[in-house]
Write a protein that binds this ligand. Sequence first.
Ligand SMILES: [Zn+2]
Ligand SMILES: [Zn+2]
Ligand SMILES: [Zn+2]
Ligand SMILES: [Zn+2]
Ligand SMILES: [Zn+2]
Ligand SMILES: [Zn+2]
Length: 272
Amino acid sequence: MPADQVAVLEGPLEGTRECVVCSETYGIEQFPTSAACTHEPEVCGECYDQSINAQLDDKAWDNVGCPTEGCDVVLQHADIHEIATQATQTRYDEACLQSVLAADPDFRHCQRPDCNSGQIHENGTDGPIFRCQACGFRLCVIHNVPWHEDETCEHYDLRVKGRENEEQLQAKASLKVIDETTKKCPGEGCSWPIEKNGGCNHMTCEFPCYRFCWLCLAPYQPIRDEGNHRHYKHCELYVPWRTSPPEPRITIFGQYLQRHKSTRVQTPVNER
Ligand SMILES: [Zn+2]
Ligand SMILES: [Zn+2]
Ligand SMILES: [Zn+2]
Ligand SMILES: [Zn+2]
Ligand SMILES: [Zn+2]
Ligand SMILES: [Zn+2]
């Protein structure tokens, strides 16, 4: 509403009213309303227009409603053209057109982040490059990425596939390394990968839930308490029962120290 048309009045006079949004007083003819509204008009034309604009920012065009609190009338095309400024009408019509176009399966949105435009693009006749009519952004419709300059779609395919193969090979190689240097903890319900990191063959899960022989995965507690016959038979540390001499105390202590060294993360181990 141009300022020179606005009479600033002192106190409400006959035929005037105060806008509930901006608190300015205007003649009642400056309070628009939708034909569907049953309440008294109470938002001035300028505030009404601002509300429509704000709603177009974050709502679908066909959800723009009456700004009066508690009123849930949705504004129709005719309302907008009667109430809103020319600029707001254009915005509204543009949003309406975009949504009609968007229902077309050949419609594509521009992918530039700050561009809301879009248009019909038929792959068969228009080729692989979508060029936004609003901002000029170019998109490859085959690969759905910004247009790959200096590259045909075939070259793009070859380059991307080549990179993927290389990544797969690298992933496989690193899996193999993990396989050779780690074992899964044989502790019940635990499959934490344990990395052997030098030291003796008595490993401790870093959680630590279980101590065991690195070679045969036999639990370490019985080996320590009873002797090397408690390794599993295929283990190179296995010694048949009774021929295994009792281990001197000093050796067990040495093993205990080494066991700590061979644990990847130096978690305090509760001696049982
Ligand atoms: Zn209303
Ligand atoms: Zn107002
Ligand atoms: Zn664009
Ligand atoms: Zn392409
Ligand atoms: Zn474990
Ligand atoms: Zn063993």
